[in-house]
Design a protein around this ligand. Sequence first.
Ligand code: MN
Length: 206
Amino acid sequence: MFEQVKLTYSNEALEPYIDTLTMETHYGKHHATYTKNFNDAVAKAGLEGKTAEEILAGLDSVSDEAVRKALRNNGGGYYNHNLYFECFSPDPVKAPTGALLDKINEKFGSVDALKEELSKLAAGQFGSGWAWLSANKAGDLMVSASPNQDNPISEGKGFIPIIALDVWEHAYYLKYKNLRPDYIKNFFEILDWSKVEEVYARVTNS
Ligand code: MN
């Protein structure tokens, strides 16, 4: 059974950057529903025992189209939100260090330049979707955006997300209305780079 990541903070704790009602709805309702529907689809597909990453990387091997679609949408919804909620903190470490910092500087020039690229992709994603910073086992980095609940893992290039920036309206609309760029700017106010480094270590040591 796949389970939602346990929050290390309360629904109120990310105020004023993410409001309480959005947390209650986003984590408590949307993410919970993706997780339930993912578990149902995994059972239908007979994929119990596989990791979510294995399932997302192997969607093409699921022959039943309706089940494949359910795994893609709800598996992505489950996995993407786990990463999204895992990397927030009300008292975040505001900058990366070590190997991740070196790779960011090498690839993007600076952390600010990376944030700018990621923000541009997130603001430019038409409709619902995500912007990502991803890494491969060698530690190389890539930024990208995806529609719906799609995830770079399913693209088969060996990249796994380490930052997940949700730009579905359900992530920000209650507080920010149409001002997606304001939400994106504030996302970085609660992004805990020590968590991102943990995920980077998980990906590069795997
Ligand atoms: Mn979402």
